[in-house]
Design a binder for this molecule. Structure first.
Ligand code: OOB
Length: 562
């Protein structure tokens, strides 16, 4: 929105220069023929990501936009705050096209900082609060970030020390900006309070990156995923439409806000496209979340499986139940039909499965889909222009309905990781399909036709004495046992077998013995070579920054203990 302040071009952009410095370096754009097709289809509008806020502020200025435990902003207030802070960032010397690490906890300031950066033409790198020096340093190095925005303390951790040590080792990282008590760093509040002239509209090329997401894999360091203005605006709008969101809805961000799922699927950005408020909480415990859901009449939220299961269980004992929920998306990792049924029966009949990735492609079950589809599938593609191929180990397409690796391409799926040529050579086909590494089947008949089932990860297999065992199959079997709360199957090195199968299990009560468990697998008719060789009862499974089971960390724990 215009602010009434004199327009000042403090950005030194030479006449319509939309190249934004070195931002385009190492970015793999959409090929022109497909870009043209997406524009023709009306998916890509050429509008900057920031337009989601300017539009909302002009359509619903006085409606609540964002809410946290301490305050709230209407769309007009959020717009004005983003304007001020954008000018404050520019005043610090942060230029359009430069990258800034954004690592704020779930709070209104997360949204204010995000839009301030976008409005200044700066490209946020969406870090999660669980990331530490190794990841942040990697993001800073790859993106060439010039600043990092952190809280003072959150969840018992002091982010200032970490950010200061990152900056000390990296001359390019010029500013540490702190929300809260800044110590000797720059205070976010001073940027929010900036009283100087507002910026003019920063011109952006909608086909360039608007923000960088981080990949969710548990092997190696996360990669950076450049999402363009065109593709991410479409992502947010299309997802809100497919979830049938309206201004009557209210969304709860219970997962880390910088993750694609609560950010834009539909999340904060999708909710803004329909004028629905977003409530942030940094405490997703059922006790806290249910109270918030009740207070703000939350209708939509997104959860990882473990959290959804916990909420479903908590319905047995929590005094306040989350009855206003109408659409609860659950995804992030494989969920067995038994688990899906449990959540649907206990938490809400409005449960929906979502199979998504920061790389783009989203599949989900829709409001009103039959129960069979919601329990047994991970949904169908969001866009009519999503292209899916299912291939065998040789890259040859399998027969319809058969299982194989999913390759995807479409109007909001990346064409290459940011500044990662080697990874790109492995992760993309010559015609631009992203190799997801996920094993899927696409149903061909009945009500499930066109819906996807994720059967595991291509690489999540255990090579036991010449047999290849699917970890997911074994986990599915284990999850059907009433004493098993959560289970993960991993490979441990073995002198004779090469790899042996280890089941790490969280039991609901007293642990079973390996013999009991194998007797149960016998009864279920699981194949004999796919039985755990070792059973390790654990109090909990280690998780990634967004709350998925972290098998790499689990193996490290198990091998350290043995
Ligand atoms: C979401 O995104 P990421 O980037 O953290 O992780 C993506 C990967 C997928 O490639 C797949 O391996 C796994 O997570 N995954 C699932 C799944 N949903 C994601 N595996 C089995 N079943 C599912 N339902 O996790 C994400 C992004 C946007 C929306 C929802 C989830």
């Amino acid at each position: 929105m215009t602010t009434g302040f004199p327009i000042e071009d403090s950005h030194d952009l030479t006449n319509g220069d939309l190249t934004n410095g070195d931002l385009a370096h190492g970015f793999v754009p959409f090929p022109e023929d497909r870009a043209e097709a997406y524009r023709r289809a009306g998916y890509w509008t050429g509008r900057p990501l920031d337009s989601i806020l300017t539009d909302a502020a002009s359509r619903w200025p006085d409606k609540p936009a964002i809410i946290d435990a301490t305050r709230s902003y209407t769309f007009a207030e959020l717009d004005a705050a983003a304007d001020r802070a954008a000018a404050g960032l520019a005043d610090l010397g942060i230029r359009p096209g430069e990258r800034v690490l954004l690592q704020l906890p779930n709070s209104c300031q997360f949204a204010v900082a995000l839009f301030a950066l976008l409005r200044a033409g700066v490209v946020p790198v969406m870090c999660l609060t669980g990331h530490r020096t190794a990841e942040l340093g990697h993001f800073a190095d790859v993106s060439g970030a010039v600043a990092v925005i952190v809280p003072d303390r959150a969840g018992g951790f002091d982010y200032r020390d970490m950010a200061a040590s990152l900056a000390a080792q990296r001359p390019a990282l010029r500013h540490v900006i702190v929300d809260g008590e800044p110590g000797d760093q720059v205070s976010w509040q001073s940027i929010l309070d900036f009283a100087g002239p507002r910026l003019g509209r920063t011109p952006v090329d909608p086909s360039l990156p608007a923000l960088l997401l981080v990949s969710g894999g548990t092997t190696g360091l996360p990669k950076l995923i450049a999402r363009t203005h065109d593709d991410y605006v479409y992502n947010a709008h299309a997802c809100a439409q497919a979830c049938e969101m309206t201004g009557e809805d209210a969304y709860l961000v219970a997962l880390p806000a910088g993750h694609n799922f609560p950010l834009a699927c539909p999340g904060l950005l999708g909710s803004m496209t329909v004028g629905a408020p977003t409530v942030f909480t940094a405490d997703p415990s059922p006790e806290n979340a249910f109270a918030l859901i009740d207070k703000h009449r939350i209708t939509v939220t997104g959860l990882v499986n473990a959290l959804a299961k916990l909420w479903a269980q908590a319905c047995d004992w929590e005094p306040v139940l989350p009855t206003s929920l109408r659409f609860v998306q659950v995804g992030g990792s494989r969920m067995s039909p038994e688990e899906a049924r449990f959540i649907l029966d206990r938490l809400t009949p409005g449960m929906s499965q979502i199979f998504g990735m920061a790389e783009g492609m989203l599949n989900f079950t829709r409001p009103g889909d039959p129960e069979d589809v919601v329990v047994h599938t991970q949904g169908r593609p969001m866009s009519p222009h999503d292209e899916m191929r299912v291939v065998d180990e040789d890259g040859v397409e399998v027969a319809p309905g058969e299982e194989g690796e999913l390759l995807v391409r479409g109007p909001y799926t990346l064409n290459g990781y940011y500044r990662a040529d080697d990874a790109n050579a492995r992760s993309f086909t010559p015609d631009g399909f992203y190799r997801t590494g996920d094993r899927v089947r696409i149903f061909t008949d009945g009500p499930r036709a066109g819906y996807v089932e994720v059967t595991g990860r291509v690489k999540d297999v255990i090579h036991r004495g010449g047999e290849t065992v699917s970890a997911t199959d074994l986990e599915d079997h284990l999850h059907t046992h009433p004493s098993v709360y959560a289970a993960a199957a991993v490979a441990l090195p073995d002198e004779y077998l090469g790899e042996k199968i280890c089941a790490a299990v969280v039991f609901t009560g007293p642990p079973l013995t390996l013999a009991d468990l194998n007797a149960f697998l016998d009864e279920r008719g699981a194949s004999t070579h796919a039985r755990p060789d070792v059973l390790v009862p654990v109090p909990s499974l280690p998780t990634t920054a967004v709350g998925k089971v972290d098998k790499k960390a689990l193996v490290a724990q198990l091998t350290a203990n043995s």
